[in-house]
Design a protein around this ligand. Structure first.
Ligand SMILES: [Zn+2]
Length: 107
């Protein structure tokens, strides 16, 4: 049986993503660019999936393109920069780098 590409739990026979993560992923696509990060998390919790699982899901990086969390944060930061009249955009890799830098500093 295949394991879910996001949370690592056993998925279905026909899918590399489990039912919960599929639900979360659909919600992420709906919410992207529509809401702020806090509201984004609230909406994901409203799917009924446990918070622990949501966190695992957000941090997973099955395609090597950056985790959902980093992708969404990069989009929100880019939006914000546009609103503030700043040029440029952030990639998920930038966000990851910034997070790694800041977490290193706080130790
Ligand atoms: Zn899953």
């Amino acid at each position: 049986m295949a394991r879910c590409a996001y949370c690592g739990e056993r998925g279905g026979f026909w899918s590399r993503i489990c039912k919960d993560c599929k639900k979360l992923l659909a919600r992420v696509h709906e919410l992207r660019g529509q809401v702020g990060y806090g509201e984004f998390l609230d909406e994901l919790e409203r799917t009924g999936v446990s918070k622990e699982k949501i966190m695992v899901f957000l941090k997973a990086d099955p395609d090597g393109k950056g985790s959902i969390q980093d992708q969404v944060t990069a989009e929100m930061t880019s939006e914000l920069m546009k609103v503030m009249g700043l040029k440029g955009s952030q990639t998920p890799q930038d966000v990851k780098r910034i997070r790694e830098l800041t977490s290193k500093d706080s130790k």
